[in-house]
Structures are given as structure tokens and as C-alpha cells.
Design a protein around this ligand. Structure first.
Ligand code: NAP
Length: 272
């Protein structure tokens, strides 16, 4: 990579598992664009120094933001779209031509895309986790007209804050609670991810037409999705959301639409 070549990054801690570089590089390659995208480890204490340092680099087009920085980032860059108030978490930072930095969130649209064909109005969703991704999920579900959300989280306080902010009807349960009956179960915690503890949940209370959606994509088939398939429940894995949110970020970083006609090839590459 030459010094002036445009580049973007995905930052987090840990970050080695991220599939974002593979996706963005795949699109850059297909479009024959001279640019790069890489993973970069940034710990919480390094975050504001990272932003200052990258802001001074005109070749840096911006970054995707993952665990544990999505909320901290709200305090570091401008928020013209009102992401702080609407979602409360940022997953994308873009460096403008004048050097200013703006943040946005592409997770909500990326989450909804694979389930947008179903009618969720008045339905009941269970959401596991109350972090950055959960905030985007709640915003997206509210837009889709969801009737009720039960949040299962280890911090009841955090979860009730999210519910209150969203003004969606709902309730909070502890991690070891028995699942209520619901139309949609979403895992927005890192449980089940490679290197993390498994997600211990009994799916028996879910009706046969429920959908189970795991945001975790490494591994692609999590223990949760395996258990759901065993019960013949419909499943959505984390890859669709990952590709959807990445496509929006790619346009912002590189000013080009990703060649989505190669999506099947990309999915195969990501699961190889
Ligand atoms: P985050 O902001 O760190 O939030 C994680 C949430 O999970 C927090 O509520 C946290 O609880 C909870 N949690 C963490 N470890 C736990 C444990 N051992 N037991 C119970 N709860 C635990 O992370 P995030 O950005 O929301 O990401 C969450 C997951 O979604 C990750 O696996 C990430 O890879 C995935 N994700 C996927 C996509 C995609 O495109 N497919 C997009 C975004 C995120 P506390 O609040 O108590 O810390």
C-alpha cells in the first residue's frame, strides 16, 4: 500500500475475528479500485488518540467501529444525523474532504434488510444483549412496527434504559430466565462467538413459526442457530447484516456502490 492510497479500517478490541476487511477488499478488487481496508486493534484507552491521529491523515477515509467502542465514539465525532438520540451507538465514522469527521450507524438498516419481507407489526421480539448492536436492533424493530420487545440482559438497568429511550412496549428478564413465547428471537450479545462463552438458552417456548436471528457471524453457524434448526425454526445468520451494513459504509468511504451481483461469491468466501 502506498502512502497516499485511500484506506478505511475496522477498529475494535478484539478485532482479529472481523470479516469486514474481506468484504471491503472483495468489493475494491471487483471494482478495480486502488484503495485498502484493514482491521486495526484499538483498546478503549487508545480510542481518542486513534481518532486524532487518523483525522490528520488525508488518505484515511474513515472506519467501522465494533466492540467495545460504539457508544464511546458518540463523544468523539460530529453527529449530523442525530444517531445519539435515535440509536445511541455509532458504527461508522467518515472523514470528510475538509478533514472533519462525522459518525453514523449502518447497523439498523443492515439488520432489517434480511427480515424486511415479513410483517413485524404488533409482533413480539426477544432481544438478548443491551449493547451497541441491541440499540440499532431496537431502532430497526420500532421502525418495522414491532409490538413488544423483551430484553434479556445481564444489566437490567442498561436494558430498561434502552426500552425507555425507544418508547416501545416491553419488559426485562435476567440471563437465566425461561424464554417467553415470541415471534422473533435475536442474539445481539457476543455469546456464542468464537472465544466467548456459549449462549445457554432453551428454545422450547418458541412457537414453530418463530424466527431466530443471531448477529454473531464467527462462527457462522452458532450453537443458537444449530439448536433452532434442530427445532425446524427459520434462522438468519449474522452475515446478511454484516454485508448489508458494510455496503452502506463502503459507499460512504469510497464513494462507489458495491457490486452486489457478486454477493453469492462473497458469502462463499466468508464461510470458507
Ligand atoms: P457491545 O456493545 O459490547 O454489547 C454487548 C452486549 O452483550 C452488552 O449488553 C453486554 O452486556 C452483553 N454481554 C457481553 N458479554 C456477556 C456475557 N458474558 N453474558 C451476558 N451478556 C454479555 O457489543 P455489540 O457491538 O452490541 O455487539 C454484540 C454482538 O453482535 C457481537 O457478537 C458482534 O459481533 C455482533 N454484531 C454483528 C453485526 C453484524 O453485522 N452481523 C453487527 C454488529 C454487532 P453488558 O452491557 O453488561 O456489558
Amino acid at each position: 500500500m502506498t502512502k497516499d492510497m485511500p484506506y478505511a479500517e475496522v477498529i475494535g478490541d478484539p478485532i482479529a475475528h472481523s470479516k469486514s476487511p474481506m468484504i471491503h477488499k472483495f468489493w475494491l478488487d471487483r471494482l478495480a479500485m486502488e484503495a485498502d481496508y484493514r482491521a486495526f486493534l484499538v483498546t478503549p484507552v487508545e480510542l481518542s488518540g486513534y481518532i486524532d491521529q487518523r483525522q490528520a491523515d488525508p488518505a484515511w477515509r474513515g472506519c467501522n467501529v465494533t466492540i467495545p467502542h460504539k457508544i464511546a465514539m458518540l463523544d468523539l465525532v460530529a453527529d449530523p444525523g442525530g444517531v445519539r438520540q435515535k440509536i445511541g451507538a455509532m458504527n461508522t465514522v467518515v472523514r470528510q474532504a475538509d478533514g472533519s469527521l462525522i459518525g453514523t450507524n449502518t447497523d439498523a438498516a443492515g439488520f432489517l434488510a434480511p427480515i424486511a419481507d415479513s410483517d413485524w407489526s404488533g409482533k413480539h421480539a426477544i432481544l438478548i444483549g443491551a449493547g451497541g448492536a441491541a440499540r440499532a436492533v431496537i431502532f430497526a424493530l420500532k421502525q418495522a412496527g414491532i409490538g413488544e420487545i423483551t430484553i434479556i440482559a445481564r444489566s437490567g438497568l442498561k436494558a430498561s434504559g434502552l426500552l425507555m429511550q425507544s418508547s416501545v412496549k416491553g419488559s426485562i428478564l435476567p440471563m437465566d430466565a425461561r424464554l417467553p413465547e415470541a415471534d422473533l428471537l435475536i442474539n445481539a450479545s457476543p455469546l456464542g462467538m468464537t472465544g466467548q462463552p456459549p449462549l445457554a438458552v432453551d428454545l422450547a417456548p418458541l412457537p414453530t413459526d418463530a424466527l431466530v436471528y443471531d448477529l454473531v457471524y464467527a462462527p457462522l453457524e452458532t450453537g443458537l442457530l444449530r439448536a433452532a434448526k434442530k427445532r425446524d425454526l427459520a434462522v438468519v445468520d449474522g452475515l446478511d447484516m454484516l454485508i448489508g451494513q458494510a455496503a452502506l459504509a463502503f459507499e460512504l468511504f469510497f464513494g462507489a456502490t458495491p457490486p452486489m451481483e457478486h454477493d453469492d461469491e462473497l458469502r462463499k468466501l466468508l464461510v470458507a
